[in-house]
Design a binder for this molecule. Structure first.
Ligand code: FAD
Ligand code: SF4
Length: 517
C-alpha cells in the first residue's frame, strides 16, 4: 500500500498556498486531500450561486497546486465513486494513502472540525490543527481577552487590535483623533439617489467555471437562485483586480454611505470582497494595507478608511472569536424564545413588502446583499416576526456566497436576532419601517406606509416593531440603551397597544396561511 508522511487537508474555504497547513510541505513525501461533496451543498439548502462559487474556486486552486507539482488526491463531485460526505471521502483517502499523520488549518466550521477529529481518531492518526494566519488574532488571543471581561463589545477588541497592529494609528493615538467615525457612516442618499457609482468588476466565467455551472445546474436543479449573472473572482489574481477596482472607484464614498440602500442597486459603494477573503483568495492584511495607503496619500477621508478597517479588523475578527469561544452551544441559543417558522417566501422573494422583496431577490439571485440589507431589512423582519434563530441561520448560511459558519452564525444569531441575549451586542437591532424609509427609497414603491401602525396600509415592519416592544417590554426595560424606545411605547394608549398586538398576530397568521408575504 502507498504510504505518505502527512496528508494535508485543504477545505473549500482554505484556498491559499500561504495556508499554515502547507508549512513544511514536502511533495516527495506529503500529499494534499481535497473533496467536493454533496453534503456541503445540502446540509443547508445552498443557493446555486454559493455552490458554484465554492466548487469553481476549489477547482482553480487545484490547478494551482498541480502546477506546483504538489501531489493531490482531489475528489470531484461528479466522480463516480464520490461518497457524498467529507468524512467518508477522508476516510477513503486515508485507507488509500496510509499517512502517518493529518495536518490542517483551523476550519471555518465547528461541525467540520468535529467530523475530521472523529475520522483521525478512528484511524488512530495524529491530527495537527494549525492556527489560521489569515486572521490578525488567534482564537486563544480572543479567549484570553474575553475571559477577563463581564461584557464583550466589538469596540474594545477592535481598539486593542489597532494598538497591537499599529493600523490607522498615529503613534499611540488613533489616526484622525478618534477611534470610531461611526456617526459619519450613516448618510442616506436623499431624494436624488446615489451619486454616480461604478458597478464592481464582473469576471466572465472561464472554462472551469462554465463546467461547474453546468454541473450545478445538473446536480442541484431545485436549489434556490440562478447562475446567469455569475461574475465572481475565482483566483487570487482576479481577487486582486476586484480589490483595485473597489479602491479606485468605490472606497472614497464607502464611509458616508455604508448604511444606505437603493432599489436596483445591490452593490453601491461596498467592496464585494467578503467571499474572496473568506475563501482565502485575498489576504485581509493586504486589503487593509492598501486602504491605509489611500488614506495616507490623501485620496480618501478618515471616515471611509476607518469605517472600512473597522469592518475587517473589528467585526470580522470579533465574530470569529465569539464563534470559536461559544460553539457548539451558541447554535442553540434563543434568548427571546422566538418560535415561528421561517416564512416560505424567504426562498422565493415573493412578498408585497418592497424592501424585503428587493433584498431577498437580490440575495437569492446574486448570493449577495450588503450589511444593512442583511441586518436592517432581512434580519430585522425575522427578528420582529419571531423566527427561530436556528432556522434563520440555516437560511443565511445557504444563500450567500461569503457564508461560512464562523462569520455567518454570530452575525445572524447574535447581532441580528439577539439570540445570545446580548453577548455579542448590547441591544437588539430593532427599528420600524421609518428607518428603512430614511435609509432607502424602498418605501416609495411600496403599497404600505411606514408611518402607519395598524390598518389596511400599515407597514408590517412598523406594526411588528411596536408589537416587539410590547412582547419584550419587561426584558427590554432593564436595558438602559432601550430607554427611549420603551418610553415611546409607554406613551401609546392601551387601546392602541391592543390593536397593534392584534394586527401583528393577524399578519403572522396570514403569512402562515399563504406561501407569499
Ligand atoms: P463591505 O461592506 O465592503 O465590508 C468590507 C468587509 O468587512 C467585508 O468584505 C467583510 O469581510 C467585513 N465585514 C463587514 N461587516 C462584517 C461583519 N458584521 N462581520 C464580519 N465581517 C464583516 N459576512 C460574511 O462574510 N459571511 C456571512 O455569511 C455573513 N453573514 C451575515 C449575516 C447577517 C445576518 C449579517 C447582519 C451580516 C453578515 N455578514 C456576513 C457580514 C456582512 O454583512 C458581510 O460581510 C458584507 O455584507 C459583505 O459584503 P462586502 O464584501 O461588500 O462588505
Ligand atoms: Fe418595507 Fe414598510 Fe417601506 Fe414597504 S413601507 S418598503 S414594507 S419598510
Amino acid at each position: 500500500m502507498a504510504s505518505v508522511r502527512n496528508l494535508v487537508i485543504a477545505l473549500g474555504d482554505q484556498l491559499s498556498l500561504g495556508s499554515s497547513a502547507f508549512d513544511g510541505f514536502d511533495p516527495s513525501v506529503d500529499q494534499i486531500f481535497m473533496a467536493e461533496v454533496h453534503e456541503e451543498s445540502t446540509h443547508v439548502w445552498s443557493s446555486k450561486m454559493r455552490i458554484a462559487v465554492f466548487l469553481s474556486a476549489m477547482r482553480h486552486f487545484r490547478v494551482r497546486l498541480e502546477e506546483r507539482g504538489w501531489p493531490i488526491e482531489y475528489r470531484a463531485l461528479n466522480h463516480p465513486e464520490n461518497k457524498g460526505t467529507l468524512a467518508l471521502e477522508l476516510d477513503d483517502c486515508i485507507r488509500r494513502s496510509n499517512p502517518s499523520g493529518l495536518i490542517m488549518t483551523t476550519p471555518g466550521d465547528w461541525r467540520v472540525l468535529s467530523a475530521i477529529k472523529a475520522i483521525a481518531q478512528s484511524h488512530r492518526l495524529p491530527l495537527d490543527v494549525r492556527d489560521d494566519r489569515h486572521f490578525f488574532s488567534t482564537i486563544r488571543d480572543f479567549a484570553a481577552y474575553a475571559g477577563s471581561r463581564r461584557q464583550l463589545r466589538m469596540e474594545f477588541w477592535y481598539r486593542s487590535l489597532r494598538q497591537r497592529t499599529g493600523i490607522l494609528m498615529d503613534g499611540k493615538s488613533p489616526a484622525g483623533g478618534q477611534w470610531n467615525f461611526d456617526t459619519d457612516n450613516r448618510k442616506p442618499f436623499g431624494s436624488k439617489g446615489p451619486p454616480e457609482c461604478r458597478a464592481p468588476k464582473h469576471f466572465e466565467p472561464d472554462d472551469l467555471t462554465l463546467e461547474v455551472i453546468a454541473l450545478v445546474k445538473d446536480r442541484f436543479p431545485g436549489h434556490p437562485g440562478t447562475l446567469t449573472s455569475f461574475g465572481w473572482p475565482m483566483t487570487p489574481e482576479q481577487a486582486e483586480d476586484a480589490l483595485n477596482d473597489f479602491l479606485d472607484y468605490r472606497l472614497s464614498l464607502f464611509g458616508p454611505y455604508e448604511d444606505a440602500m437603493w432599489e436596483g442597486e445591490p452593490w453601491l459603494f461596498h467592496s464585494r470582497l467578503s467571499m474572496a477573503m473568506n475563501l482565502k483568495l485575498l489576504d485581509p492584511r493586504h486589503v487593509i494595507t492598501q486602504v491605509e495607503k489611500r488614506y495616507q496619500s490623501g485620496q480618501i477621508g478618515i471616515e471611509s478608511a476607518e469605517g472600512f478597517v473597522r469592518q475587517i479588523l473589528g467585526w470580522r475578527e470579533y465574530v470569529r472569536g465569539i464563534y470559536w469561544t461559544q460553539m457548539p452551544r451558541y447554535l442553540e441559543l434563543n434568548a427571546l424564545g422566538a418560535e415561528h417558522d421561517l416564512p416560505h417566501f424567504f426562498w422565493t422573494g415573493k412578498t408585497t413588502m418592497n424592501c424585503l422583496r428587493e433584498c431577498l431577490t437580490q440575495s437569492i439571485e446574486q448570493g449577495y446583499a450588503h450589511h444593512i440589507q442583511r441586518l436592517m431589512v432581512i434580519g430585522l423582519f425575522a427578528l420582529l416576526f419571531g423566527v427561530r434563530p436556528s432556522e434563520l441561520h440555516r437560511w443565511f448560511l445557504a444563500v450567500y456566497v461569503d457564508a461560512v459558519e464562523w462569520v455567518e452564525l454570530p452575525n445572524t444569531l447574535g447581532m441580528s436576532q439577539y439570540g445570545d441575549g446580548g453577548l455579542l451586542g448590547s441591544k437588539p437591532y430593532i427599528a420600524s419601517g421609518q428607518y428603512i424609509k430614511r435609509m432607502s427609497n424602498y418605501c416609495n414603491g411600496c403599497r404600505y406606509d411606514p408611518a402607519t401602525k395598524t390598518g389596511e396600509r400599515a407597514c408590517p415592519y412598523t406594526t411588528m416593531y411596536w408589537d416587539f416592544l410590547i412582547r419584550h417590554r419587561q426584558r427590554l426595560s432593564m436595558n438602559p440603551r432601550m430607554g427611549m424606545q420603551i418610553r415611546n411605547l409607554d406613551r401609546l394608549p392601551e387601546d392602541e397597544q391592543k390593536a397593534i398586538t392584534q394586527a401583528a398576530n393577524q399578519f403572522r397568521q396570514k403569512i402562515k396561511d399563504t406561501l407569499e408575504g
